[in-house]
Design a protein around this ligand. Structure first.
Ligand code: ADP
Ligand code: UDP
Length: 240
């Protein structure tokens, strides 16, 4: 049974397994809080395989993730979680909304990496929030807020070298976390890690390989996603 349909993924319940969900990656691609929407045939499949690869890498380095296993080309089995209504963004280089908001020049190295919380609310345009907003409005507990930050930093430390070895700079990315109601202080990395939710630049040419190609009509969106997946050594990336 369909549980929810977001901008790019659909969640389904699993018969006799109330603690699990099927996450279906669609070809739909959206930007600017859902104001630009298109279908890119093959993107759902690529994102599902890419996400599986990254989640497996993180799990092998002791990050708890919601990902259980691939079901098929476009679907994965995940743990059903109570989601925190917060987007955690890590930035290693300045670009995007950070430059607009603070007048920072593009492509400045951010050391230490910058961590930001955003409220997940499309109708408000996902506003930047602080830990104080989170505590006052009960969007998460203090422990959960601290865990979201430390887990995001850990993910960054694990993924920076993974992408660097493949020839890319991990510029920034967004993470979401959730928990099982019986263990609210055990956060799982949830949602997805794909090129839809991060910025990745070619280390030599600084060419954009991520969803900015879609946002700014740069073309070759699927081809770029495929190139990155191939460079990472993700198997079966070319449809049979
Ligand atoms: P959105 O329109 O919010 O960007 P997506 O199309 O990416 O959404 O749909 C995924 C939805 O599923 C998001 O709302 C996300 O918070 C939620 N979600 C991700 N992982 C889980 C999980 N393990 N359990 C429950 N909900 C999840
Ligand atoms: N991001 C995302 N979903 C969002 C907002 C941001 O996946 O709703 C990702 C985005 O792809 C980028 C990072 O978070 O990798 C930082 O995005 P930024 O705040 O610069 O926003 P933008 O410039 O895309 O509005």
């Amino acid at each position: 049974m369909q549980l929810s349909r977001g901008k790019a993924k659909t969640l389904f319940t699993v018969k006799n397994q109330p603690q699990q969900l099927i996450m279906h990656f669609r070809d739909d691609t959206s930007a600017f809080n859902g104001n630009k929407i298109e279908s890119i045939p093959g993107k759902g499949r690529l994102n599902n395989l890419f996400n599986h690869h990254i989640m497996q890498h993180l799990r092998s380095h002791h990050i708890a993730t919601h990902h259980i296993q691939l079901i098929n080309d476009t679907d994965s089995l995940v743990h059903s979680l109570t989601m925190l209504p917060i987007e955690c963004v890590i930035r290693n280089r300045s670009t995007g909304s950070l430059c607009k908001r603070l007048g920072i020049p593009e492509n400045q190295i951010l050391d230490p990496p910058l961590f930001e919380f955003f409220l997940k609310n499309d109708s408000l345009g996902d506003p930047l929030i602080t830990k104080s907003h989170i505590l006052t409005f009960n969007w998460a507990t203090r422990t959960q807020a601290e865990l979201m930050k430390s887990l995001s930093m850990q993910v960054n430390r694990l993924l920076l070298p993974l992408f660097q070895q493949a020839g890319y700079i991990l510029v920034d990315f967004k993470l979401e976390f959730g928990y099982q109601p019986s263990h609210p202080n055990n956060l799982f990395l949830a949602d997805e890690f794909t090129l839809d939710g991060c910025r990745l630049w070619d280390s030599n040419t600084l060419e954009k390989m991520d969803k900015d190609r879609f946002r700014h009509n740069l073309g070759n969106v699927l081809q770029s996603y495929q190139t990155v997946a191939t460079q990472l050594g993700i198997p079966h990336i070319h449809p049979s």
